[in-house]
Design a protein around this ligand. Structure first.
Ligand code: PLP
Length: 400
């Protein structure tokens, strides 16, 4: 039965949705049914990296839709082979497994890390070290890896094999490593947990520590990868390559697709029968992801992202100086920027929507700006103007 009064009546109440209904998108803008225009600095949560309805993605989708959608991984999928070649040519990796989402790529990574040690005669090595503020997705394995109490409570026993450490506590990390440790798992730039960039020297330190103890280093680049920081992969800034890495969100430019990348040594034990997926890497997903990769991996796209990131960071610092009563801290990297707020972040997001600006929330009372990588300086200035107006409106929240 449907009810006229509540259009959400039959949706599980997992989301507190905004009231606006978007029916059309173009570049960095979304439009409601009544034609109201919103500047989109959410981009489907760092997913629509090329903006909405990018002509090349639309063409790839339409073209493939007329040919072949799905065959399963029982058969060769040439576009999957090509994208795997490209991902490997543009990263540390030798092997790729395609999934439908970020959290599935994380599952693949976790299974692979344990399999690696089991196949190398050390099945006792099952413990994965993760860090406070991490977000790795919503499957049972991924919420246990992330360790956020709000995401694991009520879902039965915690899974064994995950060790959660404070962010940036080097001594705690050294003390936690033992004979049952399998891997260190980290987002080079934390996304939903708080837009925190891990310093480059820390990633290099993790690489050394992993080498010293025979551990695998796993990066979760589901949010910070695929150009988001102005390099194709966030880890490139540090030069410290992982053994395994997850990607998703921007990988399909809005089409659901994820991937787990690895070195040959880390992935070669994932032989027939160990792992699988029905939909992962199907022809439709690969057509769009292939087109997205061509665009995002272009040096011009990455250079543009860096330029926009420098501009945005500088503008956000100015905003903070103008509104010290509202903004506590500016953080993040590239076009994954966070503002730690004094007033409630959800209320602030609502006020921003009243100024026709869409921004995302985040842990630690954060709002995140995740505009498409193709955003222009004019659009970013518009975002700053709208944020200025939102900060003025938010003064009432602080005083109330
Ligand atoms: C979004 C996200 C995930 C989960 O991806 P889904 O596609 O939502 O399953 C995992 N890790 C990170 C870092 C993310 O930002």
């Amino acid at each position: 039965m449907t009810t006229d009064s509540d259009p959400l009546a039959h949706l599980m109440p997992t989301y507190k949705r905004a009231e606006e209904v978007f029916v059309r998108g173009e570049g960095c803008y979304l439009y409601t049914e009544t034609g109201e225009k919103y500047l989109d600095c959410v981009a489907g949560i760092a997913t629509n990296a090329l903006g909405h309805v990018h002509p090349k993605l639309v063409a790839a989708l339409k073209d493939q839709a007329d040919k072949l959608w799905h065959t399963s991984n029982m058969f060769r999928i040439p576009a999957q082979e090509k994208l795997a070649d490209q991902l490997c040519a543009h990263s540390f990796a030798d092997l790729v497994f395609f999934n439908n989402s970020g959290t599935e790529a994380v599952e693949t990574a976790l299974k692979m890390a344990r399999k690696y040690h089991a196949a190398n005669g050390q099945p006792e090595r099952i413990d994965i070290i993760t860090f406070q503020g991490a977000f790795h997705g919503r499957t049972y394995g991924a919420v246990n890896a992330g360790g956020n109490p709000a995401y694991v409570e009520g879902f039965g026993p915690r899974m064994p094999g995950f060790i959660h450490l404070p962010f940036g506590d080097h001594e705690a990390l050294k003390a936690a490593i033992g004979p049952t440790t399998a891997a260190i798992f980290i987002e080079p730039v934390q996304g939903e947990g708080g837009a925190r960039a891990v310093p480059d020297q820390c990633l290099r330190g993790l690489r050394e520590l992993c080498d010293e103890h025979g551990l695998l280093l796993i990066y979760d680049e589901v949010q910070c990868g695929m150009g988001r920081t102005g390099k194709l992969w966030a880890y490139e800034w540090s030069g410290a390559a992982p053994d395994i890495m997850t990607t998703a969100k921007a990988l399909g430019g809005g089409f659901p697709v994820g991937a787990c990348l690895s070195t040959r040594a880390a992935g070669e034990h994932m032989i027939p029968g160990t792992h699988g997926t029905t939909f992962g890497g199907n022809p439709l997903a690969m057509a769009v992801a292939g087109a997205a990769f061509e665009e995002i991996s272009k040096p011009e796209t990455l250079a543009h992202t860096q330029k926009m990131s420098n501009y945005l960071t500088q503008q956000l610092e100015g905003l903070k100086q103008r509104h010290p009563d509202i903004i506590e801290e500016v953080r993040g990297k590239g076009l994954l920027m966070g503002l730690k707020l004094k007033p409630n972040n959800r209320e602030f997001m609502r006020l921003a929507r009243q100024n026709q600006l869409l921004i995302a929330g985040g842990g630690d009372n954060l709002v995140r700006l995740l505009p498409p990588l193709i955003v222009t300086e004019t659009e970013l200035s518009e975002a700053i103007e709208k944020l200025d107006a939102t900060c003025v409106a938010a003064k009432d929240l602080v005083e109330a």
